[in-house]
Design a protein around this ligand. Structure first.
Ligand SMILES: [Zn+2]
Length: 54
């Protein structure tokens, strides 16, 4: 099964893209922790993610 690339626009203006849900969650969690001292759940991240076709 082929994953659909996704992106998430953080309120700070940073756009995070990834090829899979798991990668997106990992990247967004790392950004949220480093830039905002926030802990986001995978559910929160995926609920806010948009499709990002190549
Ligand atoms: Zn941010």
């Amino acid at each position: 099964m082929r994953a659909t690339p996704k992106k998430l626009l953080c309120p700070c203006g940073t756009t995070i893209r990834a090829d899979t849900d798991a990668e997106l969650v990992r990247r967004v969690q790392a950004h949220a922790r480093a830039a905002h001292d926030q802990q986001l759940t995978p559910e929160e991240i995926l609920a806010r993610a948009e499709l990002a076709p190549a």
